[in-house]
Ligand binder design. Structure first.
Ligand SMILES: Nc1nc2c(c(=O)[nH]1)N[C@H]1C(S)=C(S)[C@@H](COP(=O)(O)O)O[C@H]1N2
Ligand SMILES: [Mo]
Length: 197
């Protein structure tokens, strides 16, 4: 929870000399529109191919996990992008605590609107991918994915799952989420075409 020195409602527009975009620059194009997630009843489930599945409350994650910060740009296939300051926890910290099975290679993200997408576990670890709860120093607004958005750096925006409710470990390297099963690339790499394998 923000302490009395946390100016968590004032947006940061400059970070270490770098100009950031504004929260208002993000477009809203989600499959079912903005979701309202209740912070008191919210649970984040980590399960699938793991030895010890877990359920976290919103406050557990904010108060107990180590926080990381980075500036990353989100690029949507529609042609717009926003560079922002993201603050959150390492997805690999949550995954490792659940003791993934030896064969777990894919991290599937499920969301409150029924959306899903996935990332390779090796990428989640090596790029230290964040599960963000703050954007430009401000708690994620509902339209931006409160309570959590995946910061899938170097991947197209459709990999940046919002309103994450479940992190599922899978042994299936070919899992396809909402947009991936509609023709978008499973790798979703920014330096490759978004339509394709
Ligand atoms: N749960 C969920 N996450 C989602 C989407 C969605 O429809 N539902 N859309 C994705 C797409 S296509 C993009 S470009 C980004 C956009 O993030 P923004 O809505 O914060 O601008 O969210 C991604 N995450
Ligand atoms: Mo997108």
């Amino acid at each position: 929870m923000p302490g009395d020195r946390d100016l968590g409602s004032v947006e940061v527009r400059d970070y270490q000399g770098e100009k950031l975009g504004a929260i208002a620059d993000f477009r809203e194009n989600s499959i079912k529109g903005p979701q309202k997630v209740d912070r008191t009843t919210y649970r984040l489930r980590v399960d699938g191919a793991v030895a010890t599945p877990a359920d976290y409350r919103y406050g557990d994650i904010i108060a107990r996990e180590t926080t990381y910060t980075k500036v990353v740009q989100l690029d949507c296939v529609e042609g717009w992008s926003v560079k922002a300051l993201w603050e959150g926890v390492l997805i690999s910290d949550l995954v490792d605590r659940a003791s993934p099975a030896a064969g777990a290679v894919t991290v599937v993200f499920h969301a409150a609107d029924g959306y899903s997408t996935s990332l390779p576990l090796a990428y989640v670890r090596s790029r230290k991918v964040l599960l963000a709860y703050k954007l430009n120093g401000v708690e994620l607004p509902p339209e931006r994915g409160f309570p959590f958005q995946v910061v899938a750096q170097d991947k197209w925006g459709y990999k940046w799952c919002k309103w994450v409710t479940r992190i599922e470990l899978s042994a299936d390297p070919a899992y396809r989420g909402y947009w991936e099963s509609r023709g978008y690339s499973s790798a979703g790499d920014l330096d490759k075409p978004s339509i394709g394998p």
